[in-house]
Design a protein around this ligand. Structure first.
Ligand SMILES: [Zn+2]
Length: 296
């Protein structure tokens, strides 16, 4: 019995580490794309990183995985920016907050939604395995329920919380003058179906509401940083929102008609939207998350 428990625990650890540490980080290149004066996005492995830099200091939005911190710091320096002073986590997942311990030790002030701190401070179970609690230095020291504003580098940067969507602690970051919005994992841009983390309190209807919220803030020149995938336009986000509405509509009608999950999956409601079917979240997985969001 103990042996079996040990084997199960080991399996969980392996599955858990697959989500966050399968890659060979030595081969990852961190590349920057400038979006506006003093505002850039960094691509590496894990969630896309937003950077604001200028006379008042460097702000990072998310920080990918711990082994990538030196490459991220080098990319920040390559922008002509000073070392990271403030760090915002769009949510708690390790591909967005894995560098917190390193940046916290280096003196960055970490900010996030209240629930990011709660979840990072305790062991979490996700569909991809267990994630252990983070050390104190990795935890956000400034937390909020609704959001906050940063007044620096020549503009107001709004950090805005949304009701449960990808998780129960998602934030959007809006550079109001530069016209750039970071959506974290509220937006997976074509490279995968979205991940609705039901085990972290996520709900697909909240993802649609978050997309609508950002669309109301955006115009045709807005640059939208998704959690994963290339920088997007308002039109790209409209297409994403419309896809979610269409899939949720089909699944909702089927749930109301009393169809089982297997019957709903057989309808293939996520097919035909031009999203990579071999991404991190496969079509059937997404349908399961939608079904699970709607059935209660
Ligand atoms: Zn995530």
């Amino acid at each position: 019995m103990i042996k079996r428990l040990f084997a199960a625990a080991l399996l969980t650890t392996v599955v858990g580490s697959t989500l966050y540490a399968q890659q060979d980080f030595s081969k990852v290149e961190v590349k920057a794309e400038n979006l506006a004066p003093g505002v850039s996005v960094l691509f590496g492995a894990g969630g896309n990183i937003g950077v604001s830099h200028g006379e008042d200091g460097t702000v990072l939005i998310d920080d990918q995985y711990a082994p990538l911190t030196p490459k991220i710091q080098a990319a920040v320096a390559g922008l002509g920016a000073s070392p990271v002073k403030f760090l915002v986590n769009t949510h708690w997942h390790g591909d967005h907050s894995g560098g917190n311990e390193n940046f916290g030790k280096a003196g960055a002030v970490i900010m996030a939604h209240d629930n990011v701190r709660v979840r990072m401070a305790s062991d979490q179970n996700t569909p991809f395995g267990e994630v252990k609690a983070s050390p104190k230095v990795a935890l956000p020291v400034i937390t909020y329920a609704e959001g906050l504003k940063l007044h620096l580098n020549g503009e107001e940067v709004r950090v805005i919380s949304v009701p449960p969507a990808h998780t129960d602690g998602d934030s959007i970051v809006h550079w109001t003058k530069s016209n750039v919005i970071h959506m974290g994992d509220l937006f997976f841009h074509k490279m995968s179906f979205p991940f609705v983390d039901r085990s972290s309190g996520g709900d697909v209807r909240g993802v649609i509401a978050a997309a609508d919220k950002v669309l109301a803030m955006a115009d045709d020149n807005t640059k939208i940083i998704p959690g994963h995938g290339a920088v997007a336009s308002k039109a790209d986000l409209v297409a994403y929102r419309d896809m979610l509405v269409a899939i949720v509509g089909k699944v909702e009608a089927a749930v109301k008609a009393g169809k089982s999950l297997e019957e709903v999956k057989a309808m293939k409601p996520a097919d035909g939207f031009g999203v990579n079917p071999n991404g991190f979240i496969k079509p059937d997985m997404f349908v399961e998350m939608v079904y699970d969001s709607l059935k209660v």
